[in-house]
Design a protein. Structure first.
Length: 130
């Protein structure tokens, strides 16, 4: 109830009284009234509708990975591909001793990701069991 009373235009006033607000009456708009529109966190609707692509959009589009196989977006397929990639890196590490250090670091990173995914799956299963 206190929230309704603290609004600049109380609910007990009709639109007529709001439009014909006396000059003497001071309407407190709070902190939002002190913020200029340029610094407002809300993006104007027209800016959202007519946004022109810029350099940031171009770079994001170029760096976004292109998926030749959309089924990789499925979690089980992605996890399987991640494990197969880890095994492939291990084979490449054995074949190429010159780049073994780099491949080992990549394999360790991939192993950490697999372990984190397994941990998340374990927590999810525990939560579902109750």
């Amino acid at each position: 109830m206190s929230r309704i009373q603290n609004t600049p235009f109380p609910m007990d006033r009709g639109i007529d009284k709001i439009l014909r607000l006396d000059e003497d009456e001071k309407v407190d708009v709070g902190v939002a009234g002190d913020i200029s529109p340029a610094f407002s966190p809300v993006k104007p609707r027209l800016e959202q509708l007519y946004a022109m692509p810029n350099l940031e959009d171009y770079i994001a589009g170029q760096l976004a990975p292109s998926l030749s196989e959309p089924s990789l977006l499925m979690p089980s397929r992605f996890n399987r591909a991640l494990r197969e990639g880890e095994q492939q890196l291990e084979l490449e590490e054995e074949k190429d001793p010159r780049n073994a250090r780099i491949l080992r670091a990549a394999r360790r990173l991939m192993h950490d990701q697999v372990a984190l995914r397994d941990l998340v799956q374990m927590y999810r299963s525990a939560l579902l069991k109750g």
